[in-house]
Ligand binder design. Structure first.
Ligand SMILES: Nc1ncnc2c1ncn2[C@@H]1O[C@H](COP(=O)(O)OP(=O)(O)OP(=O)(O)O)[C@@H](O)[C@H]1O
Length: 728
């Protein structure tokens, strides 16, 4: 049995993890997998490279596989859903309802937590014929309720069409959008009696047993229709009694409980009948069970690839994942969707496009995953996430609750907490190291770049092309103005980058620049300085999707040594055994420091991250909404406060913010970029596992031997001491 199987993972998945060399679950996997398998919503905050992707992919694959297997074998749904089977035919329907309205498994309580819109539901059975029927609905929470009767033709927003007759908590009755005063207001703990007289064609209501009079005359043309108990709620909850329990206020006067209507007077709701349920529980080919949203194409592709690897031994039925990202032809994706898919991994834009056009259906989605959730929210996708979440039924047609999984190494952002409160259902935090921790495997240092002390920039024969911010400034080595020093820092950073590479004999590193232009300039400079020696490619938003993909592949396959990128690659990218990372400039967002340096030191391998930090302010581009070209060929070097496109970037402040955030002082190295030999360095090889530390599963017994021996000796000594004392 593999270690993963001990956590409840299928043997087929266990076999795949074994092949990936995942001997033991990581801490976050050990915590999160059982929670997800158990049906919970999870917020996963664990350090970079700790295996969060596997922590959600494994249980999702397992549950999705089990679901399709059950569907194919015609096995009934695991959890009751109001109308599943004919055991309790008089319940509120699990299927004939709006998505944001939840029905409890016994089918007798409806709840909607949506506070802006109304969400409705109808019962599983209706009544017809010349008789008088009654049921009770009790308000069990604050909020707005409207309850009554509707025919199958009615929409679920009771009282807003000709076929629905409702009585609302504000003391209004409504039919066909005609809202009139009626009876009196009702609220929490009140019991509304709903009466349908099909002899006189009248609808009436009672409040706590008090008759409120006839509310509606049913039009003659509806005489032969079947009427169903119906409700519509806005952030409210109601409990229904169709007569299985004693009524609180028995109606008398010839009215009978709806559940006592015999076969001549009752009919199943076709939209909630077992036949409809079976159809509803069979997903359309384009209705996935899981939707995983990633903030970048590269990450989406990576997660998709991980799913492919993990599902390798899962067959019969096959679980089919699909990657939905921009830059791929829509036609190709449409064709795949028609073939049938179970798990969709995508970027927000393309996903929404396909969902809105009906090419992806959300009817059977039971996992909604936001990877790098704080990035998604910071990128402005809050509304999109809310919209998608709203469209997904909160309980699937086979009676399972929608599970939401949210993860990131920097999950403690305020927006994430707000979103969790809004959308998640009693989520569990898996938060192993507290806020934004850096893995012990990442050795991160800073090197100050001070153009006043290091004046070598004045004599450079070859230098990096800079961003052109100072093209119109009077910069000259004899004039140490802020502009000159800013330009000097940019030149020096090009040199320090080369020195860092040489000093550490780096043959593989990811290098982060602040802007796309900085990336291009560095790429050009490295090529100029050394062709093969400094072979490199770029990854940023201005490069075409195909080129981005090729460049990343070339770097992963070690066909080039350096990957130069903007923050588009700061998060999630997993490059096995990457030993080095260089920050040419600190990121604007302190969380991205954690993500950037987390590209190394992953999966227990050691990594070195070097950040170059300017001691003087650097004037850099900052193109706001006011920049017409959004940066392309922009030459407005004025500062933003006069609607220009430049700012003074203060890296010392940024460094302070990062240190405060992480509650550490980052080790400094001098301009030689040599990293002093200390406990961390000298004993490890960057890119390799630290064999001096930790417990490799394979030899952990051997590692523990000396400690256990020592403990045995101590135990022996204490026992002997105790015996000696007894003798005395
Ligand atoms: N149980 C395991 N044992 C060994 N390696 C693992 C295990 N789980 C995952 N890994 C490996 O660890 C690396 C990092 O995993 P992953 O990309 O999921 O990290 P992450 O926590 O999502 O990081 P980030 O926050 O940077 O996105 C991957 O190469 C993955 O294959």
């Amino acid at each position: 049995m593999t270690a993963f199987e001990e956590f409840g993972v299928l043997p087929e998945l266990g076999k795949a993890t074994d092949e990936l060399d995942w001997t033991l679950p990581t801490d976050v996997q050990a915590e999160a997998i059982p929670l997800i398998l158990g049906g919970g919503d999870v917020l996963m905050a664990a350090e970079t490279g700790s295996g969060k992707t596997g922590a959600f992919c494994l249980p999702i694959l397992q549950i999705v596989w089990e679901t399709i297997r059950d569907l194919q074998s015609g096995k009934p749904s695991k959890k009751g859903g109001g109308t599943a089977g004919a055991v309790a035919p008089w319940t509120m329907s699990f299927f004939d309802r709006n998505s944001a309205l939840a029905v409890t498994p016994d089918g007798l309580r409806c709840q909607s937590r949506e506070f802006k819109e109304w969400h409705g539901c109808r019962a599983t059975t209706g009544v017809y014929g010349k008789a008088k029927f009654y049921y009770e609905a009790t308000v069990t929470d604050e909020g707005l309720c409207r309850v009554g009767w509707s025919t199958q033709m009615a929409n679920l927003d009771l009282g807003t069409c000709r076929y629905g007759f409702g009585f609302g908590g504000t003391g209004k009755k409504s039919n066909n959008r005609q809202f009139d005063d009626y009876g009196e207001a009702f609220g929490k703990a009140d019991v509304v009696g709903c009466m349908l007289d099909l002899q006189r064609l009248e609808v009436s209501f009672t409040k706590n047993g008090t008759a409120l009079g006839v509310a509606f005359k049913i039009p003659e043309n509806l005489r032969n229709d079947t009427f169903y108990p119906a409700v519509v709620l806005k952030n409210a909850e109601m409990l229904f009694n169709f007569g299985k329990s004693d009524f609180k206020y028995p109606p008398g006067n010839g009215y009978v409980a709806v559940c006592q209507a015999g076969p001549d007077h009752s009919a199943p709701n076709p939209l909630a009948s077992p036949a409809a349920n079976t159809a509803a529980s069979k997903p359309a080919p384009n209705a996935p069970q899981a939707i995983i949203i990633e903030p970048s194409r590269e990450l989406a592709e990576q997660t998709y690839n991980q799913i492919e690897k993990l599902k390798r031994y899962i067959t019969d039925p096959d679980v089919r994942p699909l990657l939905l990202i921009g830059g791929v032809r829509l036609e190709e994706q449409k064709a795949e969707l028609q073939k049938g898919i179970h798990i969709v991994v995508g970027t927000p834009g393309r996903l929404e496009e396909l969902i809105n056009s009906g090419l992806v259906q959300l009817t059977h989605c039971r996992f909604f995953v936001l990877d790098e959730a704080d990035a998604l929210l910071k990128q402005g996708y809050t509304d999109l996430i809310d919209r998608l979440h709203k469209q997904i039924p909160k309980i699937t047609s086979d009676g399972c609750r929608l599970q939401m999984i949210v993860c990131s190494a920097t999950l403690h952002a305020f927006e994430v907490k707000k979103m969790a409160e809004r959308l998640m259902h009693f989520p569990t935090w898996v938060d192993l190291k507290g806020e934004d921790a850096v893995p012990e495997t990442v050795h991160h240092v800073v090197c100050m770049v001070d153009p006043k002390i290091d004046t070598s920039w004045q004599q450079l024969r070859q230098s990096i092309r800079t961003d052109g911010v100072h093209d119109h400034d009077n910069i000259h080595p004899t004039n140490l103005s802020p502009e000159t020093l800013s330009q000097a820092v940019k030149l020096l950073k090009g040199e320090y980058c080369i020195r860092a590479i040489d000093q550490h004999k780096m043959d593989r590193a990811i290098i982060f620049c602040r802007t796309k232009q900085d990336c291009d300039n560095l790429e050009q400079y490295l090529r100029l300085r050394g062709g093969q020696r400094y072979s490199c490619v770029c990854l940023h938003g201005d490069r075409k999707p195909q080129e981005r993909k090729q460049n990343l592949e070339a770097f992963k396959r070690q066909q080039v040594k350096f990957l130069i990128c903007t923050d588009v690659a700061a998060r999630g990218l997993d490059i096995t055994g990457l030993p080095f990372m260089i920050n040419i400039t600190l990121p604007d967002d302190k969380c991205n420091y954690v993500h950037r340096i987390g590209r190394v030191g992953r999966a227990e391998r050691m990594g070195l991250a070097i950040s170059l930090v300017s001691t003087v302010p650097e004037k850099v581009w900052y193109h706001g909404e006011w920049c017409k070209t959004r940066g392309r060929n922009c030459n407005n070097t004025n500062l933003t406060d006069v609607r220009g496109c430049c700012i003074w970037y203060n890296e010392l402040n940024l460094l302070g913010e990062v240190e405060e955030h992480l509650n550490i002082t980052i080790q400094q190295v001098d301009k030689s970029l040599e990293v002093p030999v200390n406990d961390f360095d000298g004993k490890v090889v960057y890119g390799q596992k630290n064999l001096n530390k930790g417990t490799g599963y394979v030899d952990h017994v051997e590692q523990l031997v000396p400690t256990v021996r020592k403990l045995t000796d101590l135990e022996l000594q204490s026992q002997s001491l105790f015996l000696k004392r007894l003798k005395v």
